[in-house]
Design a binder for this molecule. Structure first.
Ligand code: LLP
Length: 470
């Protein structure tokens, strides 16, 4: 028989707090489960950004996304400082805004000196409205529409060209000034992550194939309207390995050499994003510093070997910046105990505000914000409120004894949660607050029932009196 001590049972919510800051070390946000400012206050409540989570829910209701500004800014700075330390040339960090694109988040990233990676006309528009300099906006996507391309080009963004149709469309476009492009290639590099979020292997819908590199370069060099600044590749997301990034650097630098032979002087190299984060204690990603060091030294040494001047180095992290900066707070509701089988605890959100568990079987951890020191003695399943059996946020969660009204906090929900949220079952999308130094600012309003029917149209004949009378 295994004793309770031998089974590594979490003791209390305290175990998820970030390690205290040492004199010299900087804590990499992607290695923490809770945001960097998380602490437990004298009421035994979880506090983030100096704000009591229980009070935030009283004020803004639940479900509620709580975004810690310091953690997000700290990640942005760690990327920039690491490039300044390890890369001898110019660099630009882009925030991959598909992870969470909205005005406030784009504005914070830009204020930290980052550019923005966008993937649709809507994301271009949001970044521009947030005041991001279009010279620092890079537009991705495997099927950009004519309208999206025209909008991005007219706004002065750089287009990351994905395929022949797009390349020919841009080459045929009339524009006042040359169109600034990059070209995306599939590097043929395998990495260990979920199949849906792997993009660099050969069987991928993104980018030109490696055997087309030369043809693409020769085509571009004959198009006066196109100014090609460089090449791009992205190998996948939630990656813990460093070796694929070194391999990628080698492949991309070879292609820079090939471009030169084709008469193209490329000055930028974009190595994509992909650094993973800690969702559970089993996850052990490298730090931002370690990732940047590997990427920088990989590119610099490959260039030295090829006697190539150093390109401006770009990367585009999403998850590792925004993921660990946010938690989602829910209110506990009904419980269903099935003896000897399972206890379900239902919360007031679910797959509409966090579709990752049902989509990718992603694991999360949670704490009860109003009883942080209570021993986690219960093994329960946290269920969403959607009419779907698969709407489970956490299977086999360790929690203290909970009752209706408790505030359950799911950690590391900043990346691909709000951005993939839906109105399934006509649940309004939750609000999001930005917390810092004890202040909370609403930056995404909770949707209302009116919002839900804003785009509904009731054709005239359906409101005829005889119909409404049944
Ligand atoms: N650059 C490109 C071209 C990308 O496709 C992506 C992510 C990134 C950068 C940012 O990768 P990150 O640093 O966030 O790993 N919805 C999925 C993730 C999809 C990733 C899509 N591309 C999820 O929730 O896990």
């Amino acid at each position: 028989m295994v004793s309770i001590q031998e089974k590594a049972v979490p003791v209390s919510g305290f175990q998820y707090l970030p390690a205290p800051m040492g004199a010299s070390e900087s804590r990499s946000p992607n290695q923490q489960l809770l945001p960097l400012t998380a602490r437990v206050n004298e009421l035994d409540h979880l506090e983030i950004g100096g704000c009591d989570v229980v009070t935030l829910v009283q004020q803004f209701r639940s479900p509620l996304y709580i975004l810690d500004e310091d953690t997000f800014r700290s990640g942005c700075r760690q990327y920039r400082e690491a490039f300044a330390r390890y890369y001898p040339g110019e660099f630009l960090v882009l925030y991959a805004s598909k992870a969470w694109n909205c005005l406030a988040i784009c504005a914070i990233a830009a204020s930290e000196g980052l550019g923005i990676d966008v993937v649709s006309g809507g994301e271009v528009y949001t970044a521009l409205q947030a005041g991001v300099n279009p010279a620092k906006i890079y537009f991705h996507g495997n099927n950009k529409s004519q309208e999206e391309l025209r909008f991005a080009v007219a706004s002065g963004c750089t287009v990351v060209v994905d395929n022949w149709l797009e390349l020919r469309t841009l080459a045929a476009m009339t524009a006042d000034q040359p169109i600034r492009i990059m070209v995306r290639f599939t590097p043929g590099i395998e990495c260990h992550t979920h199949e849906y979020i792997r993009t660099g292997h050969l069987d991928s819908k993104f980018g030109f194939d490696p055997d087309q590199v030369e043809e693409v370069f020769r085509f571009i060099s004959g198009q006066p309207i196109l100014t090609c600044c460089g090449i791009h590749a992205h190998i996948g997301s939630q990656i813990f390995e460093l070796q694929p990034h070194t391999d990628l650097a080698g492949v991309l630098v070879q292609w820079l050499v090939l471009a030169r032979e084709c008469g193209l002087e490329l000055t930028e190299l974009n190595v994509g994003g992909g650094l993973g984060i800690r969702y559970t204690e089993a996850d052990d990603p490298p730090s931002i510093d370690e990732w940047v060091k590997r990427v920088s030294t990989g590119v610099a040494s490959a260039c030295e070997a090829q006697q190539l001047p150093l390109p401006k180095l770009l990367c585009e992290p999403g998850r590792s910046l925004i993921g660990p900066a946010c938690v989602t707070a829910y209110t506990v509701g009904s419980q269903k105990i099935i003896p000897d089988i399972r206890t379900y605890i239902s919360i007031d959100g679910g797959m509409s505000d966090n579709p990752r568990p049902i989509t990718y079987q992603s694991s999360y951890r949670s704490v009860v914000a109003n009883q942080m020191s209570a021993p986690m003695t219960e093994n329960v399943t946290i269920a969403g409120k959607h009419c779907e059996s698969g709407d489970i946020l956490i299977k086999d969660a360790q929690l203290p004894v909970t009752a209706a009204g408790d505030i359950l906090v799911v950690m590391a929900t900043g990346a691909y949660n709000y951005s993939m949220a839906s109105n399934y079952n006509r649940l309004p999308r939750p609000a999001a607050v930005l917390v810092r130094d004890g202040e909370a600012n609403l930056f995404l309003q909770r949707e209302t029932y009116e919002d839900l029917i804003r785009h509904d149209r009731l054709p005239e004949r359906l409101i005829a009196p005889e119909l409404s009378q049944g």
